[in-house]
Write a protein that binds this ligand. Structure first.
Ligand SMILES: CC(C)(COP(=O)(O)OP(=O)(O)OC[C@H]1O[C@@H](n2cnc3c(N)ncnc32)[C@H](O)[C@@H]1OP(=O)(O)O)[C@@H](O)C(=O)NCCC(=O)NCCS
Length: 345
């Protein structure tokens, strides 16, 4: 292993076009190598996220250069409205420059930034191979272990190829589900949630962390209110993303009690990321999860005719959500781990 860490320089990432392009090159090379079946990174959104961070986050970004050449990127993200003891690190090294200590150097910077921000825990995630699944080298997991982090949550990424979807099967699933969902009505929107439901969306989004399995991950309930929902929407517009949402309203109370969302990035028309799918505990048992998920797929397709693939993540143990995904035709692709390290011990 040739290590010449002397010529490695880590500097804060600027927001000028050159800095953003350098970060893009590193991330694109890593993605093509580590998860080749991911969609290409949307350049517009990539720059947008750097220039316009999500509300309630503070990002500390760095670029590592070896002999002047960009080889690694680090983003240490602090949430500022909740989870004040946590920091999340995104650490990526160009595959052509791995095993030379670049990752270790960036990790040390992540620890310094985390402690300087008076945060106690560092988190991050990595991809690994599933038995029989596409090859994943596993560098991230080996690296996280070498840095002393522990696996805290195991997730499976599932992928839906829309060419494989059996529409008649979806019709049957929906018909069965609607038979159990008397007293609820469908609500759909793209972009901005209607005013009358913004508080309900905040409640549902805030439950995501408490209701979905989180394993040993010390991630607290997020403080989400109507103002934060609106702030997120405004930033999403700046990122150039398009988002489609389907909810179910409890007709007796007037509240929106179920929600599923899909998002597409501006320059990648064939691919969508699954966002939240959640049913309020008081309204479970009416197949609302199945309804919002299938209806939202159809709603999105009506606006996005080029859509071909959807990616979603579920905790390994989230059997209810996984059974809906399986029935819709989602197939497991790879295994993801959320890592956690206590820096105070
Ligand atoms: C993980 C990653 C950042 C490592 O970058 P790197 O510059 O190669 O890391 P380093 O050279 O500093 O490696 C540090 C130690 O991690 C371990 N390690 C890293 N890659 C490994 C691999 N492929 N196999 C086994 N151990 C590995 C080793 O213990 C290594 O020390 P050594 O080379 O002295 O044996 C890089 O592979 C990457 O970008 N992967 C994709 C993104 C990712 O998973 N990031 C981690 C988020 S927590």
């Amino acid at each position: 292993v040739s290590t010449d860490i002397q010529s490695l320089v880590v500097t804060p990432l600027g927001v000028d076009d050159d800095a953003i392009a350098a970060a893009y090159r590193v991330e694109a090379a890593a993605r093509a190598y580590d998860v080749p079946d991911f969609p290409p990174i949307c350049r517009h959104r990539h720059a947008g996220v750097i220039r316009h961070p999500w509300p309630g986050t503070q990002c500390h970004r760095f670029l590592a250069r070896l002999d002047g050449h960009p080889v690694g990127v680090l983003n240490v993200e602090f949430t500022t409205l909740d989870n004040l003891d946590n920091a999340f690190a995104d650490l990526i090294v160009d595959p052509a420059y791995r095993r030379r200590g670049v990752g270790r150097t960036l990790y040390q910077r992540a620890v310094e930034v985390t402690l300087a921000g008076r945060r106690k825990r560092l988190m991050g995630n990595t991809v690994g191979q599933l038995p029989g699944g596409p090859i994943r080298e596993g560098a991230g997991g080996a690296f996280a272990t070498a840095m002393g982090a522990s696996p805290a949550l195991h997730e499976i990424r599932r992928n839906l190829q829309l060419s494989d979807v059996d529409e008649a099967a979806l019709d049957r699933l929906l018909a069965d589900a609607y038979a159990r969902a008397e007293g609820y009505s469908l609500v759909q929107w793209s972009g901005f949630v209607p005013d009358e439901y913004v508080d309900d969306v905040a409640v549902l989004a805030g439950r995501m962390v408490t209701d979905a399995p989180m394993g040993d991950l010390a991630w607290e309930k997020e403080n989400i209110d109507a103002e934060r929902v609106r702030a997120d929407e405004a930033i999403r517009q700046l990122h150039g993303s398009r988002r489609y949402a389907t909810g179910m309203r409890n007709d007796a109370t007037g509240h929106l009690v179920a929600l599923s969302t899909l998002a597409l990035f501006r320059t990648v028309a064939h691919h969508a990321w699954q966002g939240i799918t959640l049913v309020h505990p008081a309204d479970r048992g009416h197949r609302l999860g199945t309804i919002v998920k299938i209806e939202n797929l159809r709603y999105t397709l009506a606006h996005e005719p080029a859509l071909k693939v959807i990616d979603t993540w579920n905790a390994e143990v989230n059997s209810y959500m996984i059974s809906i995904n399986d029935a819709m035709g989602f197939r497991p692709l790879d295994a993801w781990i959320d890592w956690q390290q206590d820096l105070t011990g």
